[in-house]
Write a protein that binds this ligand. Structure first.
Ligand code: ATP
Ligand code: MG
Length: 405
């Protein structure tokens, strides 16, 4: 197969490949960028593989950066753009089911393509548009099939993350996983426990953000892969509840993904913390998801008042509404934005008095009382019981001091 006109993203990289070829080596675009070109999907990054060793690449190009030289990766700097090139390699060992014990640089493209996970990811593309397809990846792209390169059992035994990648691509591309590959996942699912949670998490997030997340989730449930994910063991029925939602959920970001998962698993804003920690999400994600859970709960109870809007803030409200819509609890998006915009203040910092003013002018002592008074003033301003004016707030603070003190 020859691609007559490569997408424009390849254009500036073509002279780089030509230069490697002129020096007597081979160079190809490989991996996801080739797959996505043929599918006509958006391409986000391009990977280049070459028969030249890192030292040879460095002698061909004046400006390079060693970005991962031990794996054969060198970045070529050309007209202000960096192109990562990786020397053809084979991998061996995999004693721990995840990382090869050693990588060996080789001169043959075919050996490099053989170590890749799926046939659709094992295509190479020459600078002149010629596609190299050793495992019928083109046929699988047409058939919409995820198929392991070689024996699935061996390949998943080498690197257990590939099983999560299979279900992720099933969702991302809306493809079907072929039967022997599914069997390979069933057989090796338990090995997923050997994989760093962070890596599994990234694949799960991509699954939920893909074109057909219900298909990917269904595969995870049917193959048993879910059991070896943090906190999913024994939760098949609850997770399967998500499948009732037809064609997916159209989630937009990872906070929404985790919000949905927590709510589906019945976790409240306190219980979600332990769950998210097991998945090793960031503290920022934990904070956002807690907000999402509370806002969704308020939507569900028809109790999304000024206080709840203020507590959640933006974009948590937008994320919560996306999750709530999966359960039919959503509110009108425009109204939500309007109500939020109309809040008297959106942050305690916008209060017309601060701690210092209360201490100096209203004679309140620093300490727990001060915190309580600020909280009460915020509450009264947010719920429009009092206008956000300095004099009014100072007067009210003195009243509160009498009441509470
Ligand atoms: P995406 O569009 O999500 O970036 P991708 O196919 O480019 O998809 P990457 O994770 O960027 O995926 O990997 C680039 C290429 O490296 C893959 O297409 C595949 O050929 C190979 N690859 C990546 N991870 C593995 C793995 N665990 N086992 C075997 N090959 C892999
Ligand atoms: Mg990629």
């Amino acid at each position: 197969m020859i691609i007559e006109k490569l997408p424009s993203i390849f254009e500036p990289a073509r002279p780089v490949l030509q230069k490697i070829e002129d020096a007597g080596f081979e160079a190809y675009f490989v991996g996801g960028c080739v797959r996505d070109t043929i599918l006509g999907d958006e391409i986000h990054d391009i990977d280049i593989a070459t028969s030249a060793y890192p030292s040879e690449i460095k002698s061909i190009f004046k400006r390079t950066v060693d970005t991962g030289i031990e794996h054969g990766t060198v970045m070529i700097l050309d007209h202000g753009t960096g192109y990562e090139t990786t020397t053809f390699r084979t991998e061996s060992g995999y004693q721990d089911y995840r990382r090869p014990d050693s990588v060996t640089f080789v001169r043959s493209l075919s050996e490099d393509l053989q170590r890749r996970d799926f046939t659709i990811n094992a295509l190479a593309l020459r600078e002149n548009g010629e596609v190299v397809d050793l495992f019928d990846g083109l046929g699988d792209l047409k058939r919409h099939l995820i198929r392991a390169v070689g024996d699935p059992n061996e390949r998943f035994n080498e690197d257990a993350l590939r099983m999560m990648r299979a279900v992720r691509f099933a969702s991302k591309l809306d493809f079907v996983i072929d039967a022997p590959t599914i069997d390979g996942i069933k057989k090796n699912a338990h090995l997923l426990e050997k994989i760093a949670v962070e890596r599994t998490r990234v694949e799960l997030e991509k699954l939920f953000l893909g074109q057909n997340p219900t298909a990917g989730l269904k595969d995870m449930l049917e193959t048993g892969l879910y059991q070896y994910c943090p906190e999913f063991a024994g939760k098949k029925d609850q997770l399967a509840g998500l499948l009732l939602n037809g064609n997916g959920w159209n989630l937009k970001n990872t906070d929404q993904v985790w919000g949905l998962l927590c709510i589906q698993l019945g976790l409240d804003s306190k219980q979600c913390v332990g769950f998210l920690k097991k998945w090793k999400t960031s503290n920022d994600t934990i904070k956002q998801v807690k907000g999402i859970i509370e806002a969704v709960d308020a939507m569900h109870r028809h109790a999304l008042d000024a206080e709840a809007l203020f507590a959640a803030g933006w974009p948590v409200l937008e994320d919560a509404n996306a999750v709530a819509s999966i359960y039919g609890w959503q509110v009108n998006t425009e109204e939500l934005r309007n109500e939020y915009d109309n809040l008297p203040i959106k942050d305690t910092k916008e209060l017309a008095v601060d701690g210092r003013a209360l201490i100096q002018t209203a004679g309140i002592k620093p300490g727990p009382m001060l915190g309580k008074i600020i909280k009460q003033l915020t509450h009264e301003v947010v719920t429009s019981r009092i206008d956000n004016y300095r004099d009014l707030l100072l007067k009210r603070a003195e009243e509160l001091k009498q009441e509470k003190g």
